[in-house]
Ligand binder design. Sequence first.
Ligand code: 2IT
Length: 446
Amino acid sequence: MSQAIKEVMDQVTSRNPHEPEFLQAVKEVLESLQPVLEKHPEFIEAGILERIVEPERQIIFRVPWVDDQGKVRVNRGYRVQFNSAIGPYKGGIRFHPSVTLGTIKFLGFEQIFKNSLTGLPIGGGKGGSDFDPRGKSQGEVMRFCQSFMTELYRYIGADIDVPAGDIGVGAREIGYFYGQYKRITTLFEGVLTGKGLTWGGSLARPEATGYGTVYFLEEMLKARGESLQDKSIAISGYGNVGTFFIQKANQCGAKVITIGDENGYVYDPDGIKDEKLDFLMDLWVVHRRPAKDLADKFGLQWVSGKRPWEVACDIAVPTATQNELDLENAKQLLSNGCTCVAEAANMPCTAEAVNLFLEKQILFGPAKAVNAGGVATSALEMTQNSMRYSWTFEEVDTKLKSIMGNIYRNASQAAQDYGLEGNLVAGANIAGFLKVAQAMLAQGVV
Ligand code: 2IT
């Protein structure tokens, strides 16, 4: 680590105690930037590093609501507006009891580089709350979302900050947010993405993160002269990303053999397809039921209390959440013959796991690149809203596919340009950083 990078890392560490996820995300990016700074000392002189690790604005607010028993409840809401150098802040909102400011900062920081990689004009931001949507009634969720937006509306706008969904926030919650935003501001504008199709949503947005992950995987494999045909894939989370990932992976001839939740995983050596996949598609989004229902319904093996990374597979795709795949899991995957890992969730592999994969030179796709299809399609939703027009599914899907191809090529080219051929972690960080850093440089000290 160079002196300049070390100084910034030390300052971030002392300024953000008790935020291990944020520090993990910052460290990974800063470590990748060493060769860039050697070539571009002007970034150091202009204080780009010190500025890029400090959010432009962090909003923390009270979210009071009344539950079905008439009891007053209070949660904490966050919106971190991290970087607007290349476009309005853009990033999802996460509802999960584990959410802290540090979680939202790590996600917002990652989002800066991911959004830059898409090639579209979107800055980085993220929001959320420690609200737990599990076990809440529809009315409770609606009142919570309305309360959340009653505070958030004053900080966002179609050209200011455009939130979307993330864990715990799907089409239903986006609908409640949108209704409340419109009621308060009277504006019918593209202030949120992931909207319903009848009120400004984009075709292929629900599919985009999962499909985009498959498109990226195909690019990675192609570079090694392989394809997804007949590959066995282990995945984890059964939410929006995981389910649409399976749908597209099946179309490419692959077999997805695991899926689960925080309680365990389903093992299906025949591959999750046909009526099993149909059942799974509705399991969380419609019924909000646990993953074990899939095993119970079709007589499949359910492995309780374990992560799926212990099964033999060609490819592992963590689709759940941060740090869900650690060093032990990584070793086990490698010893079982896994030769490719693609991060569909945000920062799902621990730093130690990532380093092992890089050291062993298996194909490794980092989250910022692999899962960028979701936010890229959100940006396409913004474009359609600005035009007051909608594209067909095929039009959006074709653009998504070409964006994922470009991300792969830009990340691998950047890695090569800076002497790190084959290292997509460094390549994605460098390619994402360069565009933002150049824009910050041009815009002066702000
Ligand atoms: O992590 C992510 O990129 C998202 N949750 C999607 C963000 C977005 O604005 O579509």
